[in-house]
Design a protein. Structure first.
Lengths: 246, 562
């Protein structure tokens, strides 16, 4: 349901993405790994229109993004895509002036026009699911990093997206908190959510991902089933990277 | 209020007609032959200009319109002080002085009511030209420069310039001492800025030649220079004879040096446009001179002297210029005046607080109103400007940037002058109070917009990204996510700006608004109780700004807790 075809992007003379392609079917979990600066996050952000690109195209269901897609003129198109494809950020990006419950209900009420009571009920269910029902009236500054990321995941789930993009969700967390968050993500994968995850956590890639893509210097150098790529990497870059991380 | 009327052709000058025709020609050219983008962009602008040009406020017949309103507006500056126009000690909101009496008598002759209009002394001609007053009556000397721009009545007073110095001053006992300084340095002489005394003194001191024998320092108030002589900051002061005589009692340590020099005339100035008003005023003056009404007024203030006898000779000659014998001639007033005005001794201490506290409080009210009405407007405009500059399309960012730089880069005083004195020439006349509000709001909106912009930009970009990725529109994201966070950041600088605006309201005195600082100047001039007044005024300003500081702290905390 998400297809990226030959995406290229440059900043001035620097080519940050060079002809990247990817195809994600519903229910699949794709992981993107590789060294820093390889363009993994930028590629992810092209999918929900937070970044523009210079050539190629992106298809999300029946909606299409092209180099001509303009943030101002195609605002409605971008909004539709973002309602279908949510995002979880490395820095959590919770709204500090709202408490946890308000963070969750903000978009359903003001974007989807849902009734507040209904949204709050759903919010409590999701908070339960991520283990944070007790924190519903707390403000983000009272939460630990792991708790904040779990709230962020719940917030995205409120919009009932078809897919979620995870941009290094555990990179800012210590191993204990990271494992809490990864546990939630595994659960979501088991429940059939379509996910594209940029991560450095090899255990997640091994245990949860269906497909893995290796990025280096803006190129998708190797793609394949997770097990196969991790056991027997073909590309030298993949090999070198896996050596470092195991 | 201005007597603006929409009229074409009739009262427009030849120049006006020509420029109007040219504007139309340019308009036509651009619309038919001009480049497309020029057409679109400038067409609308020119249309606006043409509409304004059409709405030229042609000055209706002055005398007729004055008679129609039943009111003769005459302009002066209370800060100028006695004996001309100064606040009454029993009711500091009202004015008294020989010119007040003169204006009242004059208006009575014309079957009109006199209405005093306050303005900065140096700006009175502007006020006349922009129809905010009908005549200028405030010790304005007859000079060729002024004659060229305005109509002058016959003289109503013959003044001289009197040199003053400290009694028994070793260095200044005669005019000659100014040329060969007994002291080793050039002597300092104070004058009223913009007056004939200033012109005379500068010429005398030879400033036009390289050799400066004495130094001329200008002051805004009539008695400022005299006070400075008393304190020793100046060696001498050159004042018009009425001032020197009237305030002699208040400055007992000063003495007159020599006889008055450089005689001149005080006249009433009117607009060039219509001679009928001039005729009527002159006829009234002649009548007042002939039947002794004028002498009565001058004796009351102690400024009558033998020189003034010559006024009747001038009045007599005026007959040759077509002024008919007025009905009241021949009626000679005899005997002394019913009352004589003398200046009081300087007031001190609690007397000042008691007598003037009330009127200062009222003017403080004006200061508060000006600030409290204009600041929210400034903040609101600032919000839109900031959002436009940060999130708007490129064709809006450039003009908004220009708006901010222009308003920040030019003085508030100039902007107020522009709105008050220049816009009426384009047909847009705004009363003084609203000019103050508008000027302050617009000027401060530029500063507020920059504060808002900084606040919005200080919010991490991730907040906007998170909001957008949850499907919010840009506008919703700004409104519900970014701006609320920015508010807490901008509270301290905005409050700071409000306190600054509060004191900037004093600039509004140049467009005739009497707020706290102007009232202070006026009273300081008329009572000389400067120290007491400074303390009271300063205290009033502090009392008004302190609650604001407390409120802001509370606002900040409430946001943090939230």
């Amino acid at each position: 349901m998400i297809t990226a075809h030959q995406i290229s992007k440059r900043f001035g003379h620097h080519e940050v993405l060079q002809g990247v392609s990817m195809k994600v079917e519903p229910g699949e979990v794709h992981a993107i790994i590789g060294p820093s600066g390889a363009g993994k996050s930028i590629f992810l952000r092209c999918i929900n229109g937070l970044e523009s690109f210079h050539s190629g195209s992106i298809q999300v269901g029946d909606l299409q993004l092209t180099p001509q897609t303009d943030a101002r003129g195609d605002a409605a198109l971008l909004q539709s895509i973002r309602k279908r494809v949510g995002m979880v950020f490395q820095q959590f990006n919770l709204f500090p002036h709202l408490n946890v419950l308000q963070n969750l209900c903000e978009s359903p009420v003001h974007v989807l026009g849902k009734d507040r009571g209904e949204s709050e009920t759903l919010a409590m269910q999701l908070l339960d699911r991520v283990g944070l029902a007790a924190k519903k009236d707390s403000y983000p500054r009272h939460l630990s990093g792991g708790q904040m990321q779990r709230v962020a995941i719940a917030r995205v789930l409120m919009m009932k997206p078809s897919a979620i993009l995870f941009d290094e969700p555990t990179s800012a967390l210590d191993p204990v908190m990271a494992s809490e968050v990864l546990a939630i993500m595994s659960q979501l994968a088991r429940d059939g959510l379509t996910m594209i995850v940029v991560t450095h956590s090899m255990s997640f890639v091994r245990g949860v991902a269906n497909k893995v893509h290796v990025f280096e210097n803006g190129r998708n150098v190797e793609s394949g089933p997770a097990q196969r790529v991790l056991q027997s990497p073909e590309h030298p870059v993949t090999r070198a990277f896996l050596e470092l991380t195991s | 209020m201005p007597h603006a009327s929409l009229c074409l052709g009739g009262n427009l000058s030849a120049d006006d007609r020509k420029s109007f025709a040219n504007a139309l020609r340019i308009q036509y050219f651009l619309f038919t032959k001009g480049l497309t983008h020029v057409r679109r962009r400038f067409g609308a602008f020119l249309l606006l200009t043409v509409v304004f040009a059409m709405w030229v406020s042609a000055y209706a017949d002055d005398l007729a319109s004055v008679r129609q309103s039943g009111v003769l507006r005459w302009a002066g500056d209370q800060e100028g002080g006695g004996p001309y126009v100064y606040p009454r000690s029993d009711n500091p909101n009202a004015v008294t002085g020989f010119e007040v009496d003169l204006a009242n008598h004059l208006s009575a002759h014309l079957n009109l009511k006199a209405q005093f209009v306050q303005g900065e002394w140096t700006e009175l001609p502007e006020m006349l030209q922009t129809n905010r007053t009908d005549v200028i009556l405030n010790g304005y000397e007859l000079t060729p420069q002024r004659r060229a721009m305005m109509n002058a009545s016959i003289p109503y007073y013959i003044y001289g310039l009197q040199l003053l110095a400290k009694k028994e001053s070793p260095i200044l006992t005669a005019w000659a001492d100014l040329k060969n300084a007994k002291a080793r340095r050039p002597l300092k002489v104070g004058v009223l800025t913009g007056s004939a005394a200033e012109v005379y003194m500068r010429a005398f001191c030879g400033e036009s030649n390289a050799k400066v024998t004495c130094e001329v320092i200008g002051y805004d108030g009539n008695t400022d220079a005299m006070r400075e002589v008393e304190t020793g900051k100046l060696d001498g002061a050159l004042e018009d004879t009425p001032i020197a005589t009237f305030y002699a009692a208040r400055f007992p340590s000063l003495a007159f040096i020599g006889k008055p020099v450089s005689e001149g005339y005080y006249v009433i100035y009117m607009r060039n446009a219509d001679p009928a008003l001039l005729q009527a005023v002159n006829a009234a003056l002649i009548s007042m001179i002939r039947d002794g009404e004028l002498e009565g007024i001058y004796r009351k203030y102690g400024i009558w002297n033998d020189e003034q006898q010559r006024l009747s000779a001038i009045a007599d000659n005026a007959r040759f210029y077509g002024y008919p014998e007025t009905a009241e001639t021949g009626k000679q007033r005899t005997g002394g005046p019913a009352e004589v005005i003398t200046t009081t001794v300087r007031e001190h201490g609690w007397n000042v607080v008691r007598n003037y506290g009330g009127v200062l409080l009222e003017s403080a009210g004006m200061t508060v109103i000006l600030s409290v009405v204009s600041f929210p407007i400034a903040i609101t405009i600032g919000i839109f400007v900031a959002i436009g500059r940060l999130y708007g399309p490129s064709w809006i960012r450039f003009p908004l940037g220009g708006y901010v730089e222009f308003l920040r880069g030019t003085p508030l005083m100039l902007q107020l002058y522009f709105i008050f004195f220049f816009l009426p020439e384009l047909g847009v006349a705004i009363p003084a109070f609203w000019t103050g509000i508008l000027g302050l709001a617009i000027n401060y909106s530029a500063y507020e917009s920059e504060i808002h912009r900084a606040g919005l930009q200080a919010i991490p970009h991730g907040q906007m990204e998170a909001a957008l990725s949850l499907g919010m529109s840009r506008w919703l994201a700004i409104r519900r996510i970014v701006a609320p966070q920015a508010i807490r950041l901008v509270i301290p600088p905005i409050v700071s700006d409000f306190i600054a605006l509060y004191k900037d309201t004093s600039v509004c005195s140049v467009i005739t608004i009497v707020e706290l600082t102007k009232r202070f100047s006026v009273l300081s001039m008329s009572t000389q109780a400067t120290l007491e007044l400074v303390l009271i005024t300063g205290l009033l300003y502090l009392l008004m700004s302190y609650p604001v500081a407390v409120l802001s702290r509370r606002l900040e905390h409430s946001r943090v807790m939230a």
